[in-house]
Design a binder for this molecule. Structure first.
Ligand SMILES: Cc1cc2nc3c(=O)[nH]c(=O)nc-3n(C[C@H](O)[C@H](O)[C@H](O)COP(=O)(O)OP(=O)(O)OC[C@H]3O[C@@H](n4cnc5c(N)ncnc54)[C@H](O)[C@@H]3O)c2cc1C
Length: 381
């Protein structure tokens, strides 16, 4: 049953990013008939630009969003296993940790407090090692000899993981299709068929596609759907540039972060470097000389040997950001069969396991996780 009494014969999901596909799969697994309309190719929005870094927000950040994000990350490995099983495709997922370089005595003091909080409250590791440690420069160099660690040392977060996002998107697509989801690429939803008190479906190629529920996962273009959606779901683009380096032999064994720049290494020699944060850029997707130079310089400061690696690809993506950089998730006021899940900004990949489950539960049973209410459309951030 749809939460509000209609039969779940046809849920339409708008957008095939990691959030739309994640929700579609969770809906289909629970028996719903699901159709996904994607205006480009699956993953052609922000999801295809993501670096797949999965680090938990600071343990001392106790806001609802941070708690949900952590909860989702703790589920990620199991989520990957389930998508692999359902799709038959391999998805690379590693938990090699993150080394964050410290640059001042103040940063060291904060890292120490953060370490105490993380070790006290995060799920312990299977091998009993602490989830987080502050390392001296000498210890950091022993762990990562290629990294230019300063005298203040570094924190090592062993709960940080990474996923190959292209493989995850391929796996989710295949899992969806095996569960009966129909996915139409190059098929934009032009508008919603809004009627008093309900949405009757969506228009594609000028034709009404009836639906018993519509879930909007259209990322930065959600507002383009007009009417109540634009007013209550003002999701804005925040551009991020990134690049891919390739080394012959692996140079780094864990994610390394210094200031705003981070490098995600894979054992096959790929090194993903991210990312700029450009809220003024609007919908512009161009790579700029300044952006690329900043990333290359930052990466070389982290690990000078990266200067000799091959620059394989540069790209930019538009992160969907809800008001206050918080996601918008839930039911539109006055339209009880119109739902949204979007605006996850820098955390959409990491949040996908949890929000997919919660949205499917909300749409199919009407049961709303108590925390979801904070993120409903129209609720002030
Ligand atoms: C450079 C960069 C690095 C990032 N790194 C990370 C990271 O390391 N970890 C992390 O967790 N997150 C990261 N993110 C953030 C992450 O990419 C996003 O939070 C996430 O991809 C959002 O997913 P989504 O499905 O909501 O949006 P999108 O992936 O943008 O999907 C929306 C889809 O809707 C489609 N669409 C739009 N309008 C319509 C329409 N009218 N009809 C049909 N389809 C439509 C679009 O074509 C698009 O495919 C990064 C983002 C960027 C840009």
């Amino acid at each position: 049953m749809i939460g509000n009494g209609a039969v779940a014969d046809k849920v339409v999901v708008v957008g095939a990013g990691v959030i739309g596909l994640g929700c579609a799969w969770q809906l289909a697994r629970r028996g719903a008939g699901v159709t996904v309309f994607e205006k480009g190719r699956r993953g052609s929005g922000a999801s295809g630009a993501a670096l797949g870094a999965l680090w938990p927000p600071a343990a001392r950040h106790e806001g609802t969003l941070q708690k949900l994000h952590r909860e989702s990350l703790w589920q990620f490995q199991e989520f990957v296993r389930q998508v692999q099983d359902a799709s038959g495709l391999r998805i690379s997922y590693l938990r090699q940790g993150k080394l964050e370089l410290l640059t001042s005595p103040r940063a060291v003091a904060q890292a120490e407090a953060e370490t105490v909080a993380a070790n006290a409250s995060w799920p312990p590791l299977e091998d009993g090692r602490p989830v987080m440690e502050v390392l001296t420069r000498r210890q950091a160099l022993a762990l990562a000899p290629q990294v230019q660690t300063r005298e203040y040392g570094a924190t090592l977060c062993r709960r940080t993981a990474q996923v190959d996002v292209a493989e995850l998107l391929a796996g989710l697509t295949q899992a969806c299709q095996r569960a009966g989801v129909e996915i139409y690429e190059a098929t934009a939803v032009e508008r919603l068929a809004l009627q008093p008190g309900q949405v009757a479906g969506v228009y594609v190629h000028g034709e009404l596609k009836p639906a018993s529920a519509v879930l909007l996962c259209a990322g930065v273009e959600t507002g383009g759907l007009g009417g109540t959606v634009s007013a209550l779901a003002p999701i804005k683009p925040i551009k991020g540039q990134a690049l891919l380096l390739r080394s012959q032999a692996p140079l780094l064994d864990q994610i390394v972060k210094s200031g705003k720049i981070f490098v995600v290494p894979w054992p096959d020699g790929r090194l993903l470097v991210g990312s700029t944060t450009e809220p003024q850029a609007g919908f512009d997707l161009a790579n700029t000389a300044e952006g690329v130079a900043w990333l290359l310089q930052g990466a070389a400061e982290i690990c000078p040997k990266l200067k000799a690696t091959k620059l394989e690809r540069i790209w930019a993506g538009l992160r969907p950001a809800g008001p206050g950089k918080r996601p918008i998730m839930g039911i539109f006021p006055g339209v009880p069969n119109l739902y949204i899940c979007g605006g996850h900004y820098k955390t959409g990949v990491g949040m996908a396991p949890l929000v997919g489950e919660w949205m499917a539960q909300l749409i199919l049973t009407g049961r709303m996780e108590p925390h979801l209410g904070e993120f409903a459309p129209g609720v002030p951030a």
